[in-house]
Design a protein around this ligand. Structure first.
Ligand SMILES: CC1=C(CCC(=O)O)c2cc3nc(cc4[nH]c(cc5[nH]c(cc1n2)c(C)c5CCC(=O)O)c(CCC(=O)O)c4C)C(CCC(=O)O)=C3C
Ligand SMILES: [Fe+2]
Length: 387
């Protein structure tokens, strides 16, 4: 981009300088029965998902009146972010755009450019590394930028904020949730209850190549995706043990498997895990959906409906602990992530903020991070074709 195309940064004067806006980038979901099929077509375009699986997932949405819980939750998070920013004197407008449903990312980004936003921090509602949880969002940003370029608009710079799986503002609300879920179990079952940390299953091939190249593995061990989840699970389990005085046994398990049956995905599935725990005499289980930022359909259906029914059939008492959602501590964490990155972009040092063993994740995804099956342009990374 030539210098004369660069305009001064309006509004980028406060502590978030050089950023002049925050974009909440999410998955999107249907808002009524007529939206369900077109939404699923958006999600699965070119992804090779069996028809039977799509019909099944469609049924989950229709069972909830065709309304995904995710949009209401993002609206709550937007409110929480705006309140936190206002209460803390941070004058930074917050926008919202989705990958798969309205408000679509491209439309939001166009609005932002028309509003004069030039330097945009992006928070994705996905906390961990993986193609689906990180690079795919970066590809969607690149697609949106390409569309705006075709329309002759001056492109803003977009920076995706670092992975926040191990930020205390993400982990602490989940710790409280686990303690509350344990307390809701009958007292005589509580002491021996297991914690089943759950996240979205992904193909083992995608897990093995998740994160930067140095984290990749070839043995199904799961790369950065599994490592990051294990790190969070361990922090939660240890802190819960300190708070309750009981070290509950725990395991990381998976849910929401999709794709063709002959392709290996991360296992065990939560339902198989519940069965195995029951067979081994475990008296109760708390399911802890650490892989999800809010109560997505995967949480409401796959855990609260399907896995809970499975547990009832087994006669195994289960609880599901709360996701972070719009917790004020998460809103505060987002503000800290923006200010931390802003300071670094200004060439200043920023205090690191993380819990667990892995340390703070990279700010800019390096080349080769979470590669796609077929390479496509991705913005906001070292391999981005955009500034
Ligand atoms: C890692 C991960 C996250 C967490 C990170 C993040 O949050 O982004 C996530 C989130 C979500 N996934 C969602 C919905 C869907 N995901 C699907 C399909 C897939 N997800 C995958 C992975 C992930 N997905 C994968 C590997 C596939 C197979 C197809 C492919 O390789 O791309 C399908 C198609 C049907 C099916 O196959 O299940 C649907 C409908 C919703 C919205 C829920 C709501 O409405 O509340 C959300 C938040
Ligand atoms: Fe998904």
């Amino acid at each position: 981009m030539s210098d004369q195309l660069r305009t001064p940064e309006p509004g980028a004067a406060g502590p978030a300088r050089p950023y002049d806006a925050l974009l909440l980038l999410s998955f999107g979901g249907p808002e009524g029965p007529d939206d369900v099929v077109p939404f699923l077509e958006n999600v699965t375009r070119g992804r090779g998902i069996p028809r039977e699986r799509l019909k099944e997932v469609g049924r989950h949405y229709f069972g909830f009146g065709g309304v995904s819980p995710i949009n209401a939750q993002n609206r709550e998070l937007l409110d929480a972010l705006r309140k936190d920013f206002a209460d803390n004197g941070l004058d930074l407008p917050v926008y919202w755009g989705n990958r798969n449903w309205a408000p679509y990312l491209t439309d939001t980004l166009r609005d932002m450019v028309r509003d004069g936003r030039r330097r945009i921090a992006v928070l994705a509602t996905s906390a961990y590394a993986s193609y689906s949880g990180c690079r795919q969002y970066r590809e969607n940003l690149a697609d949106a930028l390409a569309t705006l370029a075709e329309e002759g608009l001056e492109l803003p710079r977009v920076d995706k904020l670092r992975h926040y799986f191990n930020h205390p503002g993400f982990v602490e609300p989940m710790i409280d949730g686990v303690v509350a879920a344990l307390e809701s179990l009958p007292e005589e079952l509580r002491a021996a209850a297991h914690l089943a940390f759950t996240t979205h299953s992904i193909p083992t091939a995608a897990a093995d190549t998740s994160g930067p190249v140095e984290d990749h593995t070839e043995d199904g061990a799961g790369g950065a995706y599994v490592k990051q989840h294990l790190d969070v699970a361990e922090v939660i389990a240890e802190t819960v043990a300190q708070q309750t005085g009981i070290a509950h046994p725990w395991q990381l398990v998976y849910q929401s498997r999709s794709g063709a049956p002959h392709i290996p995905w991360l296992e065990p599935d939560i339902c198989d895990h519940l069965e195995a725990l029951h067979a081994a005499g475990t008296p109760a289980v708390v399911m802890v959906p650490i892989g999800f930022v809010s109560d997505h359909m995967e949480v409401r259906y796959d855990l609260d409906t399907e896995a809970t029914a499975k547990a009832a059939e087994l006669g195994l008492p289960v609880r599901r602990s709360a996701t972070v959602g719009a917790d004020p501590r998460f809103a505060e964490a987002v503000r800290e992530l923006v200010l931390e990155r802003a300071a670094k972009e200004r060439g200043q040092t920023a205090e690191e903020c993380w819990v667990g063993m892995l340390g703070q994740s990279h700010d800019v995804c390096p080349v080769g991070c979470c590669p796609a099956r077929s390479p496509r342009p991705a913005a906001a990374g070292a391999d981005s074709p955009y500034a």
